[in-house]
Design a protein around this ligand. Structure first.
Ligand code: C2O
Length: 595
């Protein structure tokens, strides 16, 4: 029915050659783009924070974030962010208090997602890595051969069989999927607060550990200690379609609760939010590479922007990292059934399976998608500059709980998952064309007439983003020297963004465009980035479902590329793409942050 693509179109793009030459973008030397001096992170901004029981606690652990968010200069921004209620690392969830998960405020997941309880929660040991004799090498899914596909399907089949023979076996398919449901849809509470592993710095490490055990379980079910998951190579044009191995009806890798658009080689939209972009496949691929460049390079020059803000219990402010926002979320939504449609087995869709966190793990492609998300973590670090793992103890000492392939329960720490080789796996290399996909300027008619735009102070607070809006905004400094730029990143920060977190949300940000901006073409310097949000549940005491979000874009490089470095005032345009009527934005600032 909704086949959105003509499968017979042969795409003759510059991407198809194996030498990867690109005519769509200039190809500056990566070293020119990425090399920035390493600096020591020594910020100590302590702050009084108010905890739930109204005790004032002084903490240092959120200092870098406060610096990021503008504390110490930009009180407008800082005041918009309720500070942390606790500064301890997140402990592994206590399974004895696990309860039902929620699909949304009104609906509960009709089954319990809690992991089987170990005999004595307090005796669950810390995990120790078994010795590694041979690395498991994760391969790109689109290039998998029949032998691999057969092995992989067999392993998943065996996992699925356990659902019937031993439904409470923690290594069964449904039990494994339920791990995601429990960690993401409110089943676990810590200190009475709902645990959520998305929209913060827990995102990368949680999913890395999750896949680590999943991969070992699959390998042990087929007696192959070198078995490795495939990765959905969506950052490369060859992988920008649904991986065919998962689309074979009747196999264990198939899931009928997917969107029809995944068939027929439709090109994936990495910024997709359910609505199909009316453009060519070639343009979509160019958009995708631009999004990758933005999320990996321009918008993630330093750890907190890449990993996401600290997760502190009871803090309701969400600031996910760049890759979590895009393409992680959109690939989920693109793959799952359209929310509101009728599910294959009857019933109304909430995006199942991939488009909702409670059910995402029920689609085998989930682990393939996350394998590439995980690969981006390694790729990002290899870019260099300040792109290193976080060093905050609250992150390093955060813990999760998993069962291993022998059904033994373990606690794991974030600090132990920073090196994939130590964990026994690595990624088969693929070219990363987005690294050289620095967008070019598209505006031909010179600068936007800043004087004709309302200043930010007249536009914010914005009660709804129901149409594109342009405004002018002052910069804290102009004509900055290279050294100043190395030391401080210029950030465009939108704060107090509020929307109903049960909705799909997306809006795009452009610099220096007029209102005739074509938002379907993202491969231009002026495109600064996008914000997206998947429907999710957050916060146990929420009386409404309003998410409060901070969205930051690193714009130093963009300003150079557009030729705005010497301007005191620049033009910003926000373009709603999904759910704009329900988005309000408290304010906007440009600040300099030592990130
Ligand atoms: Cu835990 Cu892709 O989500």
């Amino acid at each position: 029915m909704a086949s959105v693509c003509n499968s017979s179109t042969t795409l003759n793009t510059p991407f198809t050659s194996s030498t990867m030459s690109f005519s769509l973008a200039s190809t500056p030397k990566p070293s020119q783009l990425f090399l920035r001096g390493k600096r020591n992170q020594t910020f100590k901004v302590s702050c009084k924070i108010s905890s739930n029981d109204d005790q004032n606690v002084e903490i240092n652990s959120v200092d870098r974030r406060n610096v990021l968010l503008g504390l110490g200069g930009l009180y407008g921004v800082a005041n918009a962010i309720p500070l942390a209620a606790s500064a301890t690392p997140v402990p592994a969830p206590d399974l004895t208090t696990c309860s039902k998960s929620k699909i949304n405020r009104d609906e509960e997941v009709p089954y319990l997602c809690c992991a089987p309880k170990p005999d004595d929660m307090s005796k669950v040991p810390y995990y120790k890595f078994p010795s590694v004799t041979k690395l498991r090498i994760r391969q790109p899914a689109h290039a998998a051969d029949e032998e691999y596909i057969a092995k992989y399907s067999l392993a998943i089949r065996k996992m699925k069989d356990l659902d019937k023979t031993e439904p409470s076996n923690p290594i069964g398919f449904k039990q494994q999927a339920n791990i995601h449901c429990a960690y993401c849809n409110g089943a676990y509470k810590i200190d009475g607060k709902e645990l959520q592993v998305h929209n913060s710095w827990l995102f990368f490490p949680f999913h890395r550990w999750y896949l680590y055990f999943y991969e070992r379980i699959l390998g042990s079910l087929i007696d192959d200690p070198t078995f490795a998951l495939p990765y959905w190579n969506w950052d490369h044009p060859k992988g920008m379609r649904f991986p065919p191995m998962f689309d074979r009806q009747g196999t264990a890798l198939y899931d009928e609760r997917r969107n029809q658009q995944i068939h027929n080689g439709t090109v994936l939209d990495l910024g997709s939010f359910g609505d199909k972009v009316q453009t060519t496949q070639l343009q979509l691929m160019a958009n995708n590479l631009t999004l990758m460049y933005r999320q990996m390079v321009t918008n993630a020059p330093c750890p907190l922007l890449f990993f996401g803000a600290p997760y502190v219990l009871g803090n309701n402010v969400e600031a996910p990292g760049t890759i979590e926002i895009i393409p992680h979320g959109p690939v989920h939504v693109w793959t799952g059934t359209a929310a509101g449609s009728t599910l294959p087995g009857g019933g109304r869709s909430h995006g199942e399976d991939m488009g909702n966190f409670y059910s995402a793990g029920l689609d085998p492609v989930f682990y393939c998608h996350h394998s590439n998300v995980d690969r981006m973590w390694s790729e990002w670090k290899s870019i260099g500059g300040k792109r290193t793992d976080l060093t905050q103890k609250d992150w390093l000492n955060s813990e999760f709980f998993f069962y291993d392939e022998n059904k033994n329960p373990f606690r794991v720490k974030v600090r132990d998952c920073l090196d994939t080789k130590k964990m026994g796996y690595d990624y088969a290399p693929m070219p990363t064309p987005w690294r050289n996909f620095k967008p070019k300027r598209k505006t031909t008619d010179g600068k936007v007439n800043i004087g004709s735009l309302p200043p930010a102070s007249k536009v914010f607070p914005l009660t709804k983003l129901d149409k594109p809006i342009s405004f002018s905004i002052n910069r804290p400094a102009s004509s900055r020297t290279q050294q100043a730029k190395n030391e401080q990143e210029e950030m465009l920060t939108l704060f107090n963004i509020k929307f109903d977190n049960r909705q799909h949300i997306r809006f795009d940000v452009f610099l220096n465009v007029d209102k005739n901006v074509n938002a379907d073409e993202l491969d231009k310097t002026e495109f600064a980035g996008s914000y997206t949000s998947l429907p999710h549940v957050h916060g146990p005491n929420q009386t409404n479902h309003i998410a409060t979000v901070v969205f930051q874009l690193a714009i130093t490089e963009l300003l150079e590329d557009i030729g705005l470095e010497d301007e005191n005032t620049i033009a910003v345009t926000l373009v709603p793409r999904k759910g704009g009527e329900g988005i309000s934005i408290g304010g906007v600032e440009i600040n300099l942050a030592s990130c």
